[in-house]
Design a binder for this molecule. Structure first.
Ligand SMILES: O=C[C@H](O)[C@@H](O)CC(=O)C(=O)O
Ligand SMILES: [Zn+2]
Length: 304
């Protein structure tokens, strides 16, 4: 791991605390919704405070950030030798159990591991995913090998119907090749939590892998005011970065993103990125529909 990241201020929540000696979960941050008119005046630090999630994966911890955009909970669980439990949080979620009125997507971007949901064990290899149904009471995360720990990326949205908890292995995903080497955007989109693969309420998630020597995602870009999106960038060496583009098409901004960091993309914003080399990212959406193809393309001459 590169040098420790600077501690970031906590907005409006009491600091997280250990629940027991073995279990450590923190709601480390709450993010408010930003109006696009306000965002046009944000400097670099303000943009990062509102839209970049820097702390997700720390050994032995579950770290969660609550966003009022779509009421996403964005998190990371990195178990070592002990299991880590997903606990609710009184100030933000309020229900006795985390998933009483929520659904959850789990993607393993680390070594092999397991998720135990209400006593049932689900095996997740590198890049496999799990959809966890609303109403599940207990969720625990385990690493097979504490020296090569699993890294579980978590994205949760409110949900009011219970579907089936289901593993989606990367090999079972709906894979869509896209882009070209000439435009440096040759990539494969793996749709994993998607109506064709697993039933969910509002969560739609998958992974996009850039081919070697390709650096652009989602360019030409789009917006979808009906849905908001969260990106987790990973698979980047310590000295590589992705320049993530956001903002209204006619007024773009950028954020410089390192490995294992996430971006909150509000409904009015474009979301696109260009890396100093190839990378992979997990996209997740919540909102008014679960139609992946419902996008409004942005013409190149609209971008500023
Ligand atoms: O609404 C769809 C999302 O923005 C992503 O799936 C796009 C993406 O992964 C890509 O083009 O590389
Ligand atoms: Zn999108």
């Amino acid at each position: 791991m590169p040098g420790r990241r600077p501690r970031r201020p906590v907005f409006g929540v009491p600091c997280g605390r250990p629940f027991s000696r073995k279990v450590f979960i923190m709601m480390i941050d709450v993010r408010q919704v930003s109006h696009p008119d306000a965002v046009s005046g944000y400097d670099t630090a303000a943009l990062r405070q509102h839209f970049l999630v820097e702390r997700l994966f720390e050994p032995g911890k579950v770290l969660l950030t609550y966003s009022h955009v779509e009421r996403f909970v964005i998190g990371g669980a990195t178990p070592r030798s002990d299991a880590l439990k997903l606990e609710s949080d009184k100030a933000t979620i309020g229900s006795p159990n985390f998933l009483d009125r929520r659904e959850l997507g789990v993607f393993n971007i680390g070594g092999p591991g397991k998720v135990v949901a209400d006593g049932e064990t689900y095996v997740l290899g590198h890049r496999d995913a799990l959809y966890v149904a609303q109403g599940t009471k207990d969720v625990e995360f385990l690493s097979d090998d504490p020296d090569a720990p699993a890294k579980f990326y978590l994205l949760s949205t409110p949900a009011h119907a219970r579907y089936e908890t289901k593993v989606v292995k990367i090999a079972e995903a709906k894979a869509m090749p896209l882009g070209d080497q000439a435009t440096a955007n040759k990539r494969t989109i793996y749709q994993m939590i998607h109506p064709d693969v697993v039933k969910s309420c509002q969560l739609v998630m998958g992974m996009t892998e850039l081919a070697e020597g390709n650096i652009w995602n989602t360019m030409p870009c789009h917006v979808h005011d009906r849905r908001s999106e969260v990106y987790l960038y990973f698979g980047l060496p310590a000295d590589a970065r992705v320049v993530h583009l956001m903002g209204k098409p006619e007024e773009t901004r950028h954020l410089v993103v390192a490995d294992g960091q996430a971006i909150i993309s509000p409904p009015w914003s474009i979301h696109s990125g260009v890396g100093t080399r190839a990378y992979t990212f997990i996209w997740g959406m919540g909102g008014d529909n679960i139609d992946y193809t419902d996008m409004d393309m942005v013409a190149m001459d609209q971008l500023r």
